[in-house]
Design a protein around this ligand. Structure first.
Ligand SMILES: *Cc1c(COP(=O)(O)O)cnc(C)c1O
Length: 610
């Protein structure tokens, strides 16, 4: 699995002097977006977790990019005046952990080229195209086994000038080490050498392959003419190709699963692997740490994953975390709280229900009174009641429960990943969540974030459950780096991509996006004259429960079908006696989409006489 990419961006772009005197070439814009950012987005789409940019000329431009993309690291080649691309690669080398994709900063290209290299079974592979007639070509010769034999800018030195270096290459750690060694041992001779020429030297003793895609769409930008060619000929062609792999967009405004990015959908299309292979164990291990890190320190908390829906994670948590013969108190202020209680009862757990209004805040004093009145061992509550959009103040309630020595169990399925949370500060011992909803992965993985100290206590408890036993699942993975039972392999790859997307956006910015979408929605709701069931100040910003309009023409199914015809899926309410419908804004939703939705909402409500 390739996790890193290195972009060589040290050059001065002397042939574009008037433009690149004060700006690196990567910041040339096409369609209003710097070409470096177009490249970064493509790398992210292909599952690259970390991008190292080797800078030089005007390095501060790249340093500023780190603020926008937290997955970027920059390293400056201080000697960029006197060295070339190999000099810049050399300064990046210590940050490279494993095989990686190497790119030049002045490229525009079709994303498929990255996938070609990622899916190539061979280790060191140079992406090549047929003839571009672009000027400044670097030609490649290769033998009948596709092994590189020659690299040259001089057509006369090439046997068959029909193959061109693109500037995107897959390199192993071993070859990188050899490149760096060769370079450093011959600094005088190779001071201004380019990386492709170093590869050529190494190719004498190591198989360096050329993967040629005859009609690959790409351009390098070295001078004005090449820039014009990139803008007028190549870029439109890249866009046209992108259009071909777009998946039909459906905006899900239902309370999960939520809309996913195409990059997440495509992440499932990958090589088969037996999940007992170490590589898959590493993938699960990394996912576990990432899922924990969004809300806690990995030394204090750990995440345990199951192939299940969110309710499976709830069941694992409830059936594992109440001590033998223990007493459980459950807050029920919506259908998910009620479900937690139902699960507990199914396992014959001694359960008391604390009923609270489905749309008004919990009476915390009364709840504290309940904590005092009985010897409860565990307490369970839903953080965000997706039934109504009511956000329960678990950060106030759980620390109170902890004060009485009670284990705290929180269903955070529709909150974690969507808003900043710190489990320790919030007094949460166990929290359930899923791969979909806020994390934006495919549905199918339920997980529980566990306070390690509390989890380890379960070691001695007799198992009340089997598949969903938290400690057993944890122990087996720690000992073997394997899942006890078959994990949903492709769903894990999608979750990995969803986590990368989450790191790129950050949870803080995601919460801002959801809040802004919610604002747009509730402004429209108020303008239309519809009523929400929960007061604004108690809402989560993730879902809005709206009272059915009081007009005879209103029919949810018809309303649903109308919205569906425009690509929006809406959802009925879930409150027994009060008629509502719900609009969620979770997942990969954009401002433009929610604005479009509110326009349609106004139109529809107007049509039925609201
Ligand atoms: C969605 C949701 C669940 C259930 O998730 P499933 O994946 O449908 O099992 C549980 N609790 C809350 C708060 C939810 O929003």
């Amino acid at each position: 699995m390739i996790k890193q990419a290195v972009i060589l961006a040290g050059g001065m772009g002397t042939r574009l002097q008037e433009i690149t005197e004060k700006m690196p070439k990567g910041f040339l814009e096409i369609d209003g977006i710097p070409i470096i950012e177009q490249s970064i987005r493509k790398l992210i789409n292909c599952g690259i977790e970390e991008i190292i940019i080797g800078t030089g000329h005007c390095s501060d431009w790249y340093d500023n990019l780190v603020k926008k993309y937290p997955i970027i690291k920059t390293v400056k080649n201080e000697n960029y005046h006197n060295t070339s691309s190999m000099g810049t690669l050399e300064v990046c080398a210590s940050l490279i952990e494993n095989e990686f994709i190497l790119l030049e900063s002045d490229l525009i290209y079709d994303e498929i080229g990255l996938k070609v290299l990622i899916n190539d079974a061979r280790e060191n592979v140079i992406l090549a195209s047929g003839k571009t007639y672009s000027s400044d070509e670097v030609y490649l010769d290769f033998d009948e086994s596709n092994i590189l034999t020659n690299v040259s800018k001089n057509v006369d030195k090439i046997n068959n000038p029909n193959t061109e270096l693109v500037g995107i290459t897959k390199i192993s750690k071993d070859i990188l080490n050899q490149m760096v060694r060769l370079y450093n041992e011959n600094l005088d001779k190779y001071k201004k050498i380019d990386y492709e020429n170093v590869l050529q030297i190494l190719a004498k003793n190591n198989p360096i392959y050329v993967h040629k895609v005859n009609h690959y769409v790409w351009a390098e930008i070295d001078d004005k003419r090449m820039f014009e060619r990139a803008v007028n000929e190549i870029y439109p062609h890249i866009l046209e190709n992108e259009e071909l792999y777009k998946i039909k967009r459906e905006v899900l405004l239902n309370p999960g699963p939520s809309t996913t990015k195409d990059s997440v959908k495509y992440a499932q299309v990958c090589a088969d692997i037996c999940p007992r292979e170490l590589e898959f164990g590493d993938l699960m291990d990394n996912i576990e740490k990432d899922l924990t890190s969004f809300g806690a320190n990995c030394k204090e908390y750990t995440t345990i994953m199951f192939a299940s829906s969110g309710t499976g994670a709830d069941e694992a948590m409830i059936s594992s975390c109440v001590p033998p013969k223990g007493k459980l108190l459950v807050v029920d202020n919506g259908s998910y709280g009620s479900r937690l209680a139902q699960i507990a009862k199914t396992y014959n757990i001694d359960t008391t229900i604390f009923k609270s209004s489905t749309y008004e805040p919990i009476d915390i004093e009364a709840l504290e009174h309940e904590f005092q009145s009985e010897n409860y061992d565990a307490f369970a509550i839903v953080h965000h009641e997706t039934t109504t959009g009511l956000l329960n103040p678990v950060e106030i309630i759980c620390p109170i429960a902890k004060k009485y020595g009670i284990i705290t169990i929180v269903d955070a399925i529709s909150s974690y990943g969507g808003m900043p949370m710190n489990f320790k500060e919030m007094g949460i011992d166990f929290a359930s969540c899923t791969s979909n909803k806020h994390f934006g992965g495919m549905a199918g993985i339920g997980f529980v974030i566990c306070n390690r100290e509390e989890l380890y206590k379960q070691k001695k408890w007799p198992m009340r459950n089997y598949y969903f036993n938290l400690y057993d699942q944890y122990k087996y993975f720690i000992e073997t780096k394997q899942s006890r039972f078959t994990p949903p392999v492709q769903t894990f790859y999608a979750l990995r991509q969803a986590i990368i997307e989450t790191k790129v956006e950050t949870i803080e910015k995601r919460f801002e996006r959801f809040t802004e979408c919610w604002n747009i929605l509730i402004d429209a709701v108020k303008e239309i004259g519809l009523e929400m069931i929960v007061n604004e100040e108690n809402q989560s910003h993730f879902i809005t429960a709206i009272l059915n309009p009081n007009v005879p023409k209103y029919d949810f199914d018809e309303f649903h079908d109308y919205m569906k015809s425009f690509g929006f899926t809406i959802y009925p309410g879930k409150l027994g006696n009060i008629g509502t419908f719900r609009i969620a804004n979770m997942g990969d939703i954009t401002y433009d989409e929610i604005i479009m939705f509110t326009k349609l909402l106004k139109k529809y409500m107007n049509k039925i006489g609201v």
